[in-house]
Write a protein that binds this ligand. Structure first.
Ligand code: TNX
Length: 560
């Protein structure tokens, strides 16, 4: 049975009839540890659908009795269908445990869960609160679809489900365009609705620096003043970061910070020019494209700086076991200097009790067992458009460096695997969302945005391209799931001018990434497209500016 849920769930069923949505009793929560999880569910369900469910949290209620006798406790209503939410493990072993790594470093986490829907009750259960949160997310999507379709019942069905990969992420570029706290909160909402559990924040780059470092005030005063192409700058205060981290944590999303080193450091060198190597000091002005700027590992002050930055980022992101230290596209930097830099930066993360991640180029250094390398350069650039696209972004004298980096890229992931590192799967083809949308929009008003959005250096992709692939098969040299850390999409913001643009690149693509990160087996496009289409009214109620792709069976919008 195909439920209108993304990522796809493992089901047994269907059963007879359905659970009535109107006239159902309150949600009965028998373990106080679940109260915060249920509170988030009720808020999110209200935002999705406008519905407000009642809840009873009472440890004295016997959930089994509520289900079988319809109400023994005073505050559950006798004879009325109930939704019970419990910590329990029965039947969950039917689902395999997740492969890969957890961004929060927890080894005992278990997201598996069950949902039983019958005419008399809905039972939601999992071994841990996080599993209950994932189950309630499925329930949110089911209720959302029912509300959109004016159905008064949820279908009778049994779901026992769990993720294929433990790390299911989205990397968000907050540098090229600075996204305010509210926009980031909306992105977290999109992630958790699709059972993604990592938000990777790309906090530093040539065009800006987005968090405070004690003792280094110019990073924000000067380095955060702008963004790409003259857009407004900004940064997150420690209090704002704490708020975002807490908002994400309540939804079981870990925020993983990235400080991109030693390349992509135009903003650092703008703020503190003395950190630049002599020969390149004048080219570190990152107003656009890909300036050549890197930190010099031969200088002591470089390492004082990196230490201060890591201390600051670790203090502000307490929930993550990982810190991303970049390592990509250190154009103009000699290979040996790059390797020395990346190795030392990784060691400094380890000294501070965290685990490092780097982009795939970090594999050119000494990565080994326990390291994580993020695969991105799939080599799918559009040969015909490449010269024009590069010309629009980068001065011509830099092309050889960029092309040389691309040529070396094919060896990175096999080298990382040979050294025992694990791979976070982010290939540009299906997982970079800063690509043009291939299909037209059913909303004529979105067509001008479609012409602008996504880097022209990448061929346009369809929603179908984004879901018909496999994370193991796509990684060169990967034998099985065991060598993967997980799956992470990325949205870079060179072409994004604001929230609406961002959301138009994120949705519906994020749903496809989530399907591949969570669901096992293959996805049939027709089935996926139907599930997706049935979720889109919820996105409209949320006010998300999603791309109305003509690949989906959507009503054509007429211009107002
Ligand atoms: C390459 S992905 C970059 C980013 C750009 C992106 C555009 C990566 C590690 N580096 O700096 O924004 O391409 O897709």
């Amino acid at each position: 049975m195909s439920l209108p849920v993304i990522p796809a769930v493992q089901t047994a069923g269907p059963g007879e009839g359905g659970f009535p949505l109107s006239g159902a009793g309150p949600l009965v929560v028998t373990d106080p540890a679940l109260a915060p999880v249920v509170a988030v569910f009720l808020d999110d369900l209200h935002a999705d659908t406008g519905l407000r469910l009642d809840v009873v949290v009472d440890a004295t209620i016997d959930a089994t009795a509520v289900r079988t006798t319809a109400a023994t406790a005073d505050r559950a209503i006798a004879g009325v269908p109930q939704i019970t939410v419990e910590l329990a493990v029965d039947g969950l072993d039917a689902v395999a445990t997740a492969a890969g790594l957890r961004a929060d470093g927890r080894r005992d986490a278990d997201e598996r869960h069950g949902i039983d829907i019958t005419p008399d009750h809905v039972r939601v259960w999992a071994a841990q609160p996080e599993g209950v949160h994932r189950a309630l997310t499925t329930l949110r999507q089911l209720i959302g679809a029912a509300v959109s379709e004016s159905a008064d019942h949820l279908p009778s069905v049994r779901v026992v489900d769990g993720p294929r990969f433990a790390w299911r992420g989205l990397s968000l570029d907050v540098v090229r365009t600075f996204h305010d706290v509210e926009t980031v909160r909306r992105v977290i909402d999109m992630c958790t609705l699709h059972k993604l559990n990592v938000l990777h924040l790309h906090l530093t780059d040539n065009e800006g620096w987005r968090f405070e470092v004690p003792g280094r005030p110019l990073l924000t005063e000067v380095g955060a003043a702008g963004a790409a192409w003259g857009r407004p700058g900004g940064w997150y205060t420690p209090a704002q970061i704490a708020e975002l981290v807490a908002y994400a944590a309540r939804r079981f999303v870990t925020v993983v910070p990235e400080v991109d080193l030693p390349g992509h450091t135009g903003a650092v060198l703008h703020a503190y020019p003395t950190l630049a190597p002599e020969i390149l000091a004048s080219s570190g002005d990152g107003g656009f494209g890909l300036p050549v700027a890197f930190l010099d590992p031969a200088r002591d002050e470089t390492w004082d700086f990196v230490g201060d930055v890591l201390d600051a980022v670790i203090a502000q992101f307490p929930g993550t076991a990982f810190v991303h230290v970049g390592g990509d596209e250190a154009f103009g930097m000699p290979d040996d200097a790059h390797a020395v830099f990346v190795d030392r930066a990784r060691a400094m993360v380890v000294e501070r009790g965290r685990r490092p991640i780097g982009w795939q180029e970090a594999a050119r250094g000494g990565v080994g067992d326990g390291d994580v390398v993020q695969y991105w350069m799939e080599g799918d650039l559009d040969g015909d458009h490449l010269p024009d696209a590069l010309a629009a972004m980068v001065p011509e004298d830099l092309w050889p460096m960029i092309l040389a980096n691309m040529e070396r890229a094919a060896g990175d992931v096999p080298a990382a695997l040979a050294k025992g590192a694990q791979v976070l799967v982010s290939p540009t083809g299906p997982l970079y969302f800063d690509r043009p949308h291939a299909a037209a929009s059913t909303d004529p008003a979105q067509e001008s945005a479609r012409a602008r959005l996504g880097l022209p250096v990448y061929p346009a992709t369809s929603l179908r391209d984004g879901v018909e692939w496999d994370p193991v098969e796509i990684v060169p040299g990967a034998a099985d799931e065991g060598v993967l850390a997980g799956v992470e999409a990325a949205v870079w913001c060179e072409t994004v001018t604001g929230r609406e643009d961002l959301e138009t690149l994120l949705l519906p693509r994020l749903a496809g990434a989530a399907e591949r990160a969570w669901a096992r087996g293959t996805t049939r496009w027709d089935d996926y497209a139907r599930r997706l289409t049935r979720q889109t009214p919820t996105w409209d109620r949320r006010g998300w500016a999603w791309f109305r792709s003509s690949e989906l069976d959507l009503p054509t919008r007429t211009q107002a």
